[in-house]
Design a binder for this molecule. Sequence first.
Ligand SMILES: Cc1ncc(COP(=O)(O)O)c(C=O)c1O
Length: 441
Amino acid sequence: MDPHQENGNARHNNGVKKQKLASLISEEEIRDEFSHHSKQISRINNGSFGCCPKSIIKAQRKWQMRFLEQPDDFYFNTLKPSILTSRTLIKSLVNADHIDEISLVDNATTAAAIVLQHFAWKFNEGIYGKGDVVLMLHYAYGAVKKSMEAYVSRAGGHVIEVELPFPVNSNDEIVSAFRKALMRGKESGRRVRLAVIDHITSMPCVLIPIKELVKICREEGVEQVFVDAAHAIGCTNVDMKEIGADFYTSNLYKWFFCPPSVAFLYSKKSSCQLHHPVVSHEYGNGLAIESAWIGTRDYSCQFVVPSVLGFVNRFEGGIVGIMKRNHEAVVEMGKMLADAWDTHLGSPPEMCTSMVMVGLPACLGISSDLDTLKLRKHLRESFKVEVPIYFRPPKDGEVGCVTGYARISHQVYNRIEDYHVFRDAINKLVVDGVTCELLSN
Ligand SMILES: Cc1ncc(COP(=O)(O)O)c(C=O)c1O
């Protein structure tokens, strides 16, 4: 896969015209946009909760006030057209065919519930047979795995996990593991009704060759494909026509500067009629309309998409330029840390986006998921670094290998000092002989 296509020179430029240098955001303005971030913490974990610039928070507040000033008028005259404006912008950003294909929902967890609920009904209504297969990656997000349990296994579906290697060296390794699992799924003539595939896995983070996997699904008769792309928009190229999935969701609050919490869910027009699990009087009017009213609540985060586009277009190259620079910076920082600790990256740079897995020194003795939490807490409390840690159990026969990886992110607010603080914190733990065994819960 060409990293420049994935992270940089994507075909879509969101209508970004050639920008005059004078109109570009300055370093000082960037600092001001994120001046509400705690100054005490080196936050190298944009991946978990994203970030929202001050100007967008201000725009959101304005929408909240408009609603509070006259809610009835807002409900009858402003709500739906404002959501439609945001959906229209997202539609062109992700190259979807039709506006009805784009719904705004709270987050990727909600999107997964919407899609998987649809499959639960197919099993419950006897349209699918008990034991029909649904496939997902072993590294699927925890909440999505639980949804699979709640909606699919409980309804009689047979869930198969695709074991992926980590560290990973090439897309071929992923493609081959996926094919193997798919063949297992099709054994004894079973029908594979759905494949749930991440675009960028969460932990460990790896950019998955999604186009290739969707193509394999089509060739092998998998009926439908749902892409969990919680991290994708603002982090990698997202093009519905190129990817060709039936359903695709990405959070807008993670890497696209929207406030918490909003995501889009794409549902191919020809695929089927999905329903929101929260039923309102809009039931039956199409998912986009159902999602635009799930009862009285604050919808303001859904209205600010036009402001967010204005924000990203203050950067050279717009969102594509941001992605490219974040990718280059996080790879550089990942290599700097791996060199300092004499470890390695969890995947080659072209399989990284704006996040990278960096091996931690083996002498830290990371030997369980609990250890990762203890180390993360220690880094936060004693060194003021916020970074998630992943435990990778040693394989048979492996001794003294790297068992812990940090997932570092880079977003426009990050500075090199953030990563130096992390480097020096780990170096100090190593010099002081601190191991996870010695850390408290
Ligand atoms: C791959 C993946 N799927 C789903 C989610 C859930 O996202 P949310 O908490 O916004 O629902 C995440 C969160 O990081 C994720 O990484």
